[in-house]
Design a protein around this ligand. Structure first.
Ligand code: 5CA
Length: 438
């Protein structure tokens, strides 16, 4: 992509409405634009990162055996009356009446809709277990939308729903997602801590929030210092039999949100307890028959009797993750994208757009990088070198490949690694080879 033909409306000024760094940087880097309170348009650069995050979430869901479908954003009120949540949900639910006076709503979550699909299709224990997920926009009319996409009103969520014959099956489904979430966040360069949490309007008796530690987070959190250094995924999990020991081991290392933390029963000594704040990027729930019973989602058990399905639900804040990643990975100059979610891998900078040799060499590098399948954005604008470097730092592309007249005279170009600031000069072919490897 050439910057001269791309759409990257970056801002020079720091927007005054943004209170936290991730919101400021997303606006300055031209990733999002507010359309009304808590509702945003995703500009091209932001959308590329959103898609990358979505793809990692999808790959890990698929790997854990969950199956993707897509449910609508607009749902009928009557399903929510069946579960009893239509009245309970209160003002956070955006209610809509269609031209036939039917009551509809913009879904804040999908337990009712998926239960309706499953009760109409799955009739026997032979069709279980099932875990169905989608990645879809949600709407919650938050009282105080804030921090940009971090607490939006319209936001993208991955929500999965598991259906099992009994409690034992449901526990295994929960353990699968517990492990899957740790893998998912680690792939994005994040250390997410699973914390015992309150279940809120979703309900149930077993629940973990996955939290990224950050001073700007909305949740107060307490945890064992072991969480700051442990490599959870170093524990080998090769099959379902390993999941329960994995869950037992890690769910017993203390971590809890302030809603349920109790100093009187906390097993970690007060002087070593980590007390900080965090961002909730995922939340998993096991709630038994809370929805299946009132909605009549039953299957035939092996003995021939009918039983209520045992369910769980598992959410990831896909759009919120962009903010969380930026909070965890930035410096004074801008964003530092982990390579796995970066909008482009390389920004190619021609520092002398008026120099024919620089243009020819840059154009050639651009074509060769593209041919090698490298995602590259090419700063071919007539700006100053300083402005181009500042822009590259701001948008956080992992590698900056710079072509200038002095280097070209010696047959070399420069690669700067955004995360470390390290710069190396390499012959053109060597630079190409380095950036083309995975
Ligand atoms: N049905 C369950 C799980 S599928 C559910 O809705 N869980 S939730 O309420 O905890 O939301 C799941 C995730 O969505 C949260 O962990 C959070 O990361 C994200 N999320 C929730 N509200 C917002 C919001 N207003 N803006 C951005 N992300 C949000």
């Amino acid at each position: 992509m050439r910057l001269t033909s791309y759409f990257l409306p970056t801002l020079r000024e720091t927007p005054s409405e943004a209170q936290i760094v991730s919101h400021r940087l997303m606006l300055r880097a031209g990733m999002i634009r507010q359309s009304s309170a808590g509702i945003y348009s995703w500009l091209p650069l932001g959308l590329r990162v959103l898609r990358k995050i979505e793809m990692i979430v999808r790959e890990e869901q698929d790997r854990a055996g969950a199956i993707e479908l897509l449910m609508p954003t607009i749902q009928p009120a009557e399903l929510w009356r069946e579960s009893g949540r239509y009245d309970d949900y209160g003002k956070e639910m955006l209610r809509i009446t269609d031209r036939h006076e039917r009551e509809m709503l913009y879904g804040p979550t999908n337990e009712e809709l998926i239960t309706d699909i499953v009760r109409g299709t799955i009739k026997s224990y032979r069709d279980l277990p099932k875990n169905l997920y989608h990645i879809q926009w949600k709407f919650r009319d938050e009282v105080r939308p804030r921090f940009g996409i971090m607490r939006g009103r319209e936001f993208l969520m991955k929500d999965a729903y598991s259906f099992d014959l009994d409690e034992e099956g449901a526990r295994l489904s929960y353990y699968k997602m517990f492990y899957c979430y740790l893998r998912t966040f680690a792939r994005m360069g994040l250390r997410a801590i699973p914390m015992r949490a309150d279940t809120g309007p979703i309900g149930g008796d077993l629940s973990h929030e996955f939290i990224i530690l950050a001073e700007t987070g909305e949740s107060g959190v307490f945890c064992d210092p072991a969480w700051l250094t442990s490599d959870v995924l170093a524990d080998s999990v090769t099959g379902d039999a390993d999941l329960e020991p994995f869950f037992k081991r890690w769910s017993s290392v203390y971590a809890a949100t302030d809603e349920i933390h109790d100093p009187a029963t906390c097993p970690v000594a007060a002087e070593s307890l980590v007390a900080t704040r965090g961002i909730e990027v995922g939340h998993i729930f096991s709630f038994g028959t809370k929805y299946s019973k009132p909605m009549g989602a039953r299957v035939m058990a092996p003995g021939g009797e009918e039983v209520d399905l045992v369910m769980g639900s598992y959410g990831i804040g896909v759009s919120r993750l962009l903010g969380a990643i930026i909070e965890a990975s930035h410096d004074d100059a801008g964003i530092i994208w982990p390579e796995a979610v970066a909008p482009f891998k390389v920004v190619l900078i021609n520092i002398r757009a008026a120099d024919a040799a620089c243009v020819a060499a840059s154009d050639d590098l651009y074509q060769k990088l593209q041919a090698a399948g490298v995602e590259v954005i090419y700063d071919d604008r007539a700006d100053s070198a300083g402005a181009k470097f500042a822009n590259a730092d701001l948008i956080g592309i992992p590698y900056q490949l710079t072509v200038g007249p002095r280097g070209l005279a010696n047959g070399v170009v420069e690669i700067k690694t955004r995360a470390t600031g390290e710069k190396i000069e390499l012959a053109i072919d060597a630079a190409l080879a380095k950036l083309s490897t995975r």
